[in-house]
Design a protein. Sequence first.
Length: 251
Amino acid sequence: MATLNPFVFRPGHSNLHYLDTRCKFFLVCIVSLSLLKANFPACFILLGTLIFFIQQINLELGQTLKHLKYFILFLVFIILARALTIPGDPLVQLYGISITHQGLYEGCLVAFRFFLVMVTGIIFSNTTRPANLKNAVQWYLKPIPFVPEKRVGIMISLALRFLPLILNQANETRNAVHSRCGNLEKNPVKRFIRLTLPLLKKTFLSADHLILAMEARCYCENRTDPEFKPSGKETLFIITSLGFWLCIQFF
């Protein structure tokens, strides 16, 4: 049975669930741009805001962090890489290798920014239906000439739907390998191949089945444009996000 992961939509009654998808898409872009120049105080303010919304949508923080364990390892790698490569005042020296204060600071800041972007995306995924995301992307791209906005919207919607499916298939493949004592293999290349090849095969087969199902139902791009239903709180969210962005830019 497929397990829940933090990248799927969960029905709810929070303000973010009823917020217009176009507004949420704009907010995610503003937050991501703001984090490019955000310092630690700004990052902690945004973290507190995200934790508030996580509580509003009833998302289990511990379970979410468990699913992000490999991403957290990637952040640790970023911190170590920065700490070892950026010159500055050494904190630890061992065999000619030094960890600098400036490098550790920059590494922690960059990792913190990446983590906040990931959490923002998780909140967006949990409160936005893939179909609504497709409609919002189509609305934004419609004024741009020579861009097939309907096709792009469908591609993004399908990618968002496939992400949790791929994660579930990876979990099932890993469990199957462990049940056959594949985790006892000491060669990391063989372990990687035994996990990756079956996962790729399942992913491509799922994509083929989806294409056949869409063709069997005569799916086409020329469909009736959606009607958006704003909640009335979009202006407040936009003004707040723009204020946060301006504060980071000038302070």
